[in-house]
Design a protein around this ligand. Structure first.
Ligand code: HAM
Length: 416
């Protein structure tokens, strides 16, 4: 029996790769323009990092982590998200505090043992940014605008940006208590999960996807009515700056996010063409996380965009990806002239050209078919009478024209 890919994982084939590269290139260009430096952290960490960082009452930590004991007896977890790892790395390397505002970006795989469905995988890719050191709502606007601009420059259509504020440690507890009381009054109308959430993490009843819960929570108290003066003023300024940047947004009190570390600003971006799993970006502020993980109090915020979903959405929207298809030259071989063919191929490649050659000694007809399939601009036929005069027959595949060209002139003609 053949071994198959693990459920919830998939291969990105060479045909698909240009799409991924395209999105990553757009992202890297945006990182550069906005001053975010890219970094990489390991794909696995001590389990404790996510329990502390992502939060004990989150679905991610409770149900979705790939956790195992390594041969040294350590509890290890494949990272379900990037933020706690970036914070850890910053604390460990002393990066935090190296600049008044530290801006970092990453692109990498994340792992969550979630129920696979369209747009939801157990291994998926995120593009993320994190900015440390400022509690000014101007940076909330910059980060949110960056996310929106990234989606726009990638070419996604039908974007919606939903924003909310979930307050701070001073104003949120009173709201959570009122929300819990509200939930208890309507407990028989909520789904089983939400009944459970009332004890552990009442905010999450607001983003439950079950219709019956959505009907109930329409009447629920709204956090924006409970914000303290500082949080309210922060949110008002954030909205004003977004308007100044011409970023269209909707205030949506249901956006509470599934991770425990958020404070104040939270946001999500959805795109057309994705069905139920339509969030392409999720992010927000997390002003207590650095301190909670052993650093100095440091305000921070960031977001992550799902690469898999971005590409699925572009495909669904009929987006035409720029492709760098085809090669410059296929070196066909006759009369067993593999030595000369290797030499020519090497010379052309060292001139920066993309070149493929025949390795199976097939008929010229079969080789020409391969050249077509590879979308070669030229075919250089090595061997035969021409070779004796130090020449190769060079065929322009577009015009069908064929000329004999001296061996050392082929690169010049191809580049011409
Ligand atoms: P998140 O909302 O859990 O946030 O994930 C961000 C994005 O990753 C989602 O909007 C979605 O596009 C993608 N995503 C999540 N789970 C899956 C999955 N199973 N399959 C495919 N795509 C998925 C975070 O991870 C936070 N660390 C974001 C952040 C950074 N907040 C502050 N800084």
């Amino acid at each position: 029996m053949r071994v198959k890919a693990v459920r919830g994982t998939r291969d990105i084939t060479p045909d698909e790769m240009p799409k991924w590269r395209y999105v990553e290139e757009v992202a890297r260009d945006i990182f550069r323009r906005y001053g975010y430096r890219e970094m990489r952290t390991p794909t696995f960490e001590h389990t404790e990092l996510f329990i502390k960082g992502t939060g004990e009452t989150t679905d991610i930590v409770e149900k979705e982590m790939y956790t195992f004991t390594d041969k040294g007896g350590r509890s290890i977890t494949l990272r379900p998200e990037g933020t706690p790892a970036i914070v850890r790395a910053c604390l460990e390397s002393g990066l935090l505090g190296s600049l008044p505002v530290l801006k970092l970006a990453y692109i990498g795989q994340m792992f969550r043992y979630d129920r696979p469905q369209a747009g939801r995988y157990r291994e998926f890719w995120q593009i993320g940014v994190e900015a440390f050191g400022s509690d000014n709502p101007a940076i909330d606007a910059e980060v949110t605008q960056l996310a929106y601009q990234l989606m726009r420059e990638i070419g996604l259509k039908g974007l919606s940006l939903d924003i909310n504020s979930i307050g701070c440690n001073r104003c949120r507890p009173r709201y959570v208590e009122h929300l819990r009381e509200f939930g208890r009054r309507h407990i028989d109308r909520l789904c089983g999960k939400c009944v459970d959430r009332l004890d552990r993490n009442p905010l999450r009843i607001l983003d439950c996807k079950e219709e019956r819960c959505r009907i109930v929570t329409k009447e629920a108290p709204v956090i924006l009515d409970y914000l303290c003066d500082e949080c309210r003023s922060h949110f008002d300024r954030f909205k004003r700056y977004l308007e100044e940047l011409d970023v269209p947004y909707s205030v949506n009190p249901r956006i509470v996010r599934g991770l425990d570390y958020y404070t104040r600003t939270v946001f999500e971006i959805t795109a057309e063409g994705l069905g139920a799993q339509n969030a392409v970006v999720g992010g927000g502020r997390y002003d207590y996380l650095v301190e909670q993980m052993g650093g100095k109090p440091t305000p921070a915020l960031g977001f992550a965009a799902g690469l898999d979903r971005i590409i699925a959405s572009l495909d669904a929207q009929g987006f035409r990806f720029p492709t760098a298809e085809g090669i410059d030259c296929f070196v066909a071989v006759i009369d067993e002239a593999f030595g000369d063919a290797l030499g020519l191929t090497d010379k052309l490649r060292s001139e920066g050209l993309s070149v493929e050659m025949e390795f199976r000694g097939r008929s010229l007809r079969a080789q020409m078919k391969t050249a077509d399939k590879l979308k070669a601009r030229f075919v250089a036929i090595v061997g035969g009478e021409e070779m004796k005069e130090g020449k190769v027959a060079l065929r322009n595949m577009e015009t069908g024209e064929q000329t004999d060209v001296p061996f050392d002139q082929v690169a010049r003609v191809l580049k011409g």
